[in-house]
Design a protein around this ligand. Sequence first.
Ligand code: OSB
Ligand code: MG
Length: 367
Amino acid sequence: MGKFTITEIRLYRVSVPLKTHFSTHLQTVTNRESIFVEMVDSDGEIGLGECVAFSSPWYTEETVQTCWDALVNWLIPALVDKEFAHPSEVSAEFSHVKGNRMAKACLDQASWDLFAIKKGLPLWKLLGGVRREIDAGVVLTGGIDDRMVSAVRAARDAGYKRVKLKFDVDTKPLKLKNLVDSTEDMLFFGDANGIFDKLGLDALKKFDQAGLALIEQPFGDDEWRMHWKAVQCMKTPIALDESIRSVQDVKRMATSGAGSVVVLKPGRIGGTTESLKVLEVANANGLDLWIGGMIEFGISKAHNLALASLPQFSLPGDFSASDHFWHEDPVEPTVVIENGVINLSERPGIGVKLNKELVEKYLIDSY
Ligand code: OSB
Ligand code: MG
């Protein structure tokens, strides 16, 4: 039971404006382009996926366009008319295509949704999830000024128990510490997106007393040695995001001692199948885990939320409500926060459908 034969894979490329721009030292995002995937099987059931690459290669080498090309030319043709007993078999059909993990991820995830729908089970239950309520966490961008202080208060009032702040070239350790100290009942993460490549290890060390629960990706993607050095001289846990592109990178992180916390981004590393391998390796090596966001819509969020139900996750992820980034999130239902948590649904699969009217409204291409 649960076997599926893929008959068609449809793509919807959309472009949706953000409510407010998302600025880091790397890039300002004002519009989010994305690709939604509908994977149709011979019974007419539909599994959904979402590609989380960005319009330009500021965060990963892959972009919306490279994903589109990989999907149309190589990945979709490799799956159509094939029968699968389980979604973990899908990625084997891609073995002739190197890299392109973000393009592969949205198909892998669509196949998990489809499989869970066919089994009549919510994806989180199918995966062995144990939590029905997922802690909410939000990312705030901008300098540490009065506006940021108000934004943190507003997040706390909205029920968020964790905020992640982005480091900027002029983020001051003392200002950050004051904000952290003056906000009770809130866990603070700091995300550097590699900015200490420019600022140096000594500058990073000054943030060790700021009260952050962790510092994410202080140095560049391939700076394993610098991250190891940071671990040696700091008490704040070091988390790796950009460096983790596959389960092999998690193994490398464990053996090189380059950090103690994995930021898992399923849509970036190849999907749910690869993510389950990461959970195994991280657990065997005593690494903490949480799920990172990609300024995504409700399809990708729903896949991530299902995974976050698993017991291996020890820290709250980037799980904000749909109305944090979007005036309109083209899914039904949208993501809402109640009492600081997101409730997982009992509907089969990811429990989320495309809102076709909104998809049509923001559509720029389809396949
Ligand atoms: O570094 O975690 C990051 C968004 C886009 C690209 C990179 C990152 C982010 C975030 C997560 O910080 C934002 C979110 O979706 O909640
Ligand atoms: Mg990050």
